[in-house]
Write a protein that binds this ligand. Structure first.
Ligand SMILES: Nc1nc2c(ncn2[C@@H]2O[C@H](COP(=O)(O)OP(=O)(O)OP(=O)(O)O)[C@@H](O)[C@H]2O)c(=O)[nH]1
Length: 183
């Protein structure tokens, strides 16, 4: 019998994709858009449900409450429609993450440090403390308005990876990175 605690997958899909020059959510990976592919990864990992952060009516996406605040603006808006509980936050531009990795992260027992600078995917406990931190985040100076600061302040969890698995976290921000990933 599966006894794992239920968790919600949050797909970060907002932002302007400036470096890519087109919406990353619409890029096609193995015959599906990244919006579809990343949502499926979270479902395959065992998410009870997936909530899309971003203005995507076709996926019941939650638009940012405060625009141009980066991922924190997305999490602030998403947190307003969710009850307390565990979240696994996945970016739109990281298509090679294995569902098993996300599943392990969802059930990870303890906080872990950054793995070689990666702060996503990230597990968070949505509770009063996280809500309060997100609520004040638009007032923070830009250098403190980051997922890294959130991770540090709210005990976010990053799963440590075996060195051979680091490639699973490859993301794509530019057309060249996308071409390299997709080749
Ligand atoms: N909801 C929401 N998500 C964002 C926002 N900015 C970035 N993201 C998401 O956060 C993750 C990391 O985004 P970045 O690569 O840093 O930013 P980006 O907007 O996608 O791309 P650039 O404009 O080139 O920096 C991606 O999954 C984005 O979809 C935002 O303002 N709102």
């Amino acid at each position: 019998m599966r006894t794992d605690a239920p968790w919600t997958g949050v797909l970060l899909a907002g932002g302007r994709s400036r470096r890519m020059g087109r919406d990353k959510a619409g890029l096609v990976w193995n015959g599906r858009t990244l919006l579809q592919h990343q949502s499926q990864l979270l479902m395959d990992a065992g998410a009870q449900r997936v909530v899309v952060s971003g203005d995507y009516p076709q996926a019941q996406g939650i638009p940012d409450a405060v625009s141009d605040q980066g991922p924190l603006g997305g999490l602030l808006a998403v947190s307003a429609v969710l009850e307390d509980g565990p979240l696994v936050v996945l970016p739109i531009d990281m298509p090679q993450v294995a569902p098993a990795l996300l599943a392990a992260l969802a059930q990870a027992p303890a906080r872990c440090a950054h793995y070689r600078g990666h702060v996503l995917p990230l597990r968070l406990a949505l509770d009063a403390a996280l809500r309060a931190w997100l609520a004040q985040s638009p007032q923070l100076p830009p250098e403190q308005r980051s997922l890294r600061a959130l991770h540090a302040a709210c005990n976010g969890t990053i799963l440590p990876l075996a060195p051979g698995d680091v490639r699973l976290l490859a993301n794509c921000n530019t057309p060249d990175e996308w071409a390299a990933l997709a080749s």
